[in-house]
Design a protein around this ligand. Structure first.
Ligand code: GDP
Ligand code: GDP
Length: 435
C-alpha cells in the first residue's frame, strides 16, 4: 500500500504551498492532458523508489458548500488512515492557541507526528521555533515550503516512521488481472462487485473477502485469473445490507494503485460531478487502464443518455482513451461483457514493445508530422524504447525535447496508441535530451 501523509495545521501556515511543492509531478500531466485539473487535496509524492500519497486536510475542510459534512468526514478518515501526520506551524507567527488545540487532538490520535515549522526564509529560524517545543511534539523540522527549502530533509525523516514495506512481488504475479471498482458513494460499486462475483462461470477462491478482513478477492473465469480489490468491504456490505457509508478516498486510491484495470462507476442518473473529475484525475495520475461504467442505465430516458455521453466528453476530455460502458449493475445488463473488456485493457497495459518497433513508429510519426521549430532550430527526436508497463511508457531520446509543446506530445501519444492498438490505457511518453 502507498503510505499516506496527512498535512494538518491551522489556516495560512502553508499547507497548500507544501502540498503543491510535493505534488509537482502532476504539473506535467496537467499540461499534457487538456481538462485535467490539479487536485488540491489528494496527490502523489514522487520519492525515491517508494511514492507516498499526501492529503491536505485543510483543503478538504475549506471545500465548503453542500459537501461540508462529507468533507469533514473525509478529514477524519484521512487522519485515521494516515501513516504519518505532518503538523504544520508558522514560524513567523509563532505558537498560537489553535496550534495547541490541534496538538492536543493529534496526541489522542496516536500516530507518528512530525512537527513542521514553515516560513523560515529570511528569519532567525532557531529563535522563531523555540516556542514550538512547548507542545512536546519534538524538534520541529524547519522548512520554507515556498522555496522547497528543508523539504528533502522532511521527507527523509518519514522513512523511519513508515510501516515496513512488505515484499509483494510474488502476490502480484499470482493475482492475475487486478480489478478495482471505484466511484463515489451510492453509484453501485457493491452491487457491481457482487454481480461480477455472482456471474455464472466465476469461481471465487476461499471466502477471504467475506470471512477475514482481506481486501483481495481472487477468482477465475474461463481459466483467466482475476483479483478484485475491495475498497471498503463492498462485498460484505451488500451481503448483510449494511447501510453504513464507509467510503474513503484514500482506500480508493490505494485500490487503484494495486489494480491493473480500474472500473470507475458513474451514476448515469446524476451525471458527472466535480468529485468524479477529481477522482478520475487521480486514476489517470496512477496510470491505470480505465473503464468508465455508466451505471444505472436501466430506465433512464434517451435524452438523459445523450446528455451523459456529452457531459463525459466535455468534462473529462483527458479521458478520451478510456472505454465507456453503459451497464446496469442491478439487472446485470452489460456486466458479463466487462470481463472481456477488462482482459483486453490488461493486455494493452502490459504490452511488451521492442526498441526497433517503437523507433520505427517514431519515425513514421515524424514523417507524417514534423515537430515545430524552436528558436530557428527543429527539435530532433531520434529513437525510442520501452520504459515501463501498466501504463506503457515510451522513452523518446532526442535533442531540445524540453521545448516540445504539449500538442505535439499528445500527437505522438495518440500515434503510438493507434499504431500499437492500445485500448483503454494511458500511454506515458518520457523525453530525454543530453544535458
Ligand atoms: P494553508 O492555508 O495552510 O494552506 O496556507 P497556504 O499554503 O495557502 O499559505 C498561506 C500563505 O503563506 C501564502 O500567502 C503563502 O504564500 C505563504 N507561505 C507559504 N509558505 C511560505 C514560506 O515558506 N515562506 C513564506 N515567506 N511564506 C510562505
Ligand atoms: P456503493 O455505495 O457505490 O457501493 O453503491 P451500492 O452498490 O450500495 O448501490 C447504491 C444503490 O443504488 C442501491 O440502492 C442499489 O440497489 C442501487 N443500484 C446499484 N446499481 C444499480 C443499477 O444498475 N440500477 C439501479 N436502478 N439501481 C442501482
Amino acid at each position: 500500500m502507498l503510505p499516506v501523509i496527512a498535512l494538518v495545521g491551522r489556516p495560512n501556515v502553508g499547507k497548500s504551498t507544501l502540498f503543491n511543492y510535493l505534488t509537482r509531478s502532476r504539473e506535467a500531466l496537467v499540461a499534457d492532458y487538456p481538462g485535467l485539473t490539479r487536485d488540491r487535496q489528494y496527490g502523489r509524492v514522487k520519492r525515491g523508489k517508494r511514492d507516498c500519497l499526501v492529503v491536505d486536510t485543510g483543503g478538504i475542510a475549506d471545500d465548503g458548500n453542500g459537501i461540508e459534512g462529507f468533507a469533514r468526514k473525509q478529514v477524519e478518515t484521512a487522519l485515521q488512515e494516515a501513516d504519518v501526520v505532518f503538523f504544520m506551524v508558522d514560524a513567523r507567527a509563532g505558537l498560537s492557541a489553535s496550534d495547541q488545540e490541534i496538538a492536543d487532538t493529534l496526541r489522542k490520535l496516536d500516530k507518528p507526528v512530525v512537527l513542521v515549522a514553515n516560513k523560515i526564509d529570511g528569519i532567525n529560524a532557531d529563535l522563531a521555533c523555540a516556542d514550538f517545543y512547548d507542545m512536546a511534539l519534538g524538534e520541529p523540522v524547519q522548512i520554507a515550503a515556498s522555496h522547497g527549502r528543508g523539504v528533502k530533509e522532511l521527507l527523509a525523516r518519514i522513512d523511519a516512521l513508515l510501516p515496513e514495506e512488505v515484499e509483494e512481488e510474488v502476490e502480484e504475479e499470482d493475482q492475475g488481472i487486478g480489478i478495482a471498482v471505484v466511484g463515489r458513494p451510492n453509484v453501485g460499486k457493491s452491487t457491481l462487485v457482487n454481480r461480477l462475483l455472482g456471474e455464472e462461470r466465476v469461481v471465487v477462491y476461499d471466502e477471504a473477502g467475506t470471512t477475514r478482513d482481506s481486501i483481495y478477492i481472487p477468482f477465475e473465469r474461463n481459466e483467466q485469473k482475476f483479483t478484485l480489490i475491495d475498497t471498503a468491504g463492498m462485498r460484505r456490505r451488500a451481503k448483510v445490507s449494511l447501510a453504513i457509508e464507509k467510503f474513503s478516498i484514500i482506500k480508493s486510491l490505494q485500490a487503484i494503485e494495486k489494480a491493473n484495470v480500474v472500473i470507475y462507476l458513474i451514476d448515469a442518473r446524476e451525471g458527472v460531478t466535480e468529485q468524479d473529475a477529481h477522482l478520475l484525475g487521480l486514476v489517470l495520475e496512477a496510470g491505470r487502464a480505465l473503464i468508465i461504467g455508466l451505471n444505472k442505465w436501466d430506465g433512464i430516458s434517451p435524452e438523459q443518455k445523450d446528455m451523459i455521453k456529452k457531459q463525459i466528453e466535455i468534462k473529462l476530455p483527458f479521458l478520451d482513451f478510456a472505454e465507456k460502458h453503459p451497464i446496469s449493475a442491478l439487472h446485470g445488463s452489460g456486466v458479463g461483457k466487462l470481463f472481456d473488456v477488462v482482459h483486453d485493457l490488461y493486455e494493452a497495459a502490459m504490452i511488451d514493445m521492442s526498441t526497433p518497433i517503437l523507433t520505427r513508429i517514431l519515425n513514421d510519426a515524424l514523417a507524417a508530422h514534423q515537430p515545430p521549430m524552436v528558436r530557428g532550430r527543429r527539435i530532433k527526436l531520434k529513437y525510442a524504447h520501452q520504459g515501463g508497463r501498466n501504463p506503457p511508457v515510451v522513452v523518446v531520446h532526442g535533442v531540445q525535447t524540453d521545448s516540445l509543446p504539449g500538442s505535439y506530445k499528445r500527437y505522438l501519444m495518440n500515434y503510438y496508441r493507434e499504431q500499437l492498438g492500445l485500448r483503454g490505457t494511458p500511454v506515458r511518453l518520457v523525453f530525454k535530451s543530453p544535458e
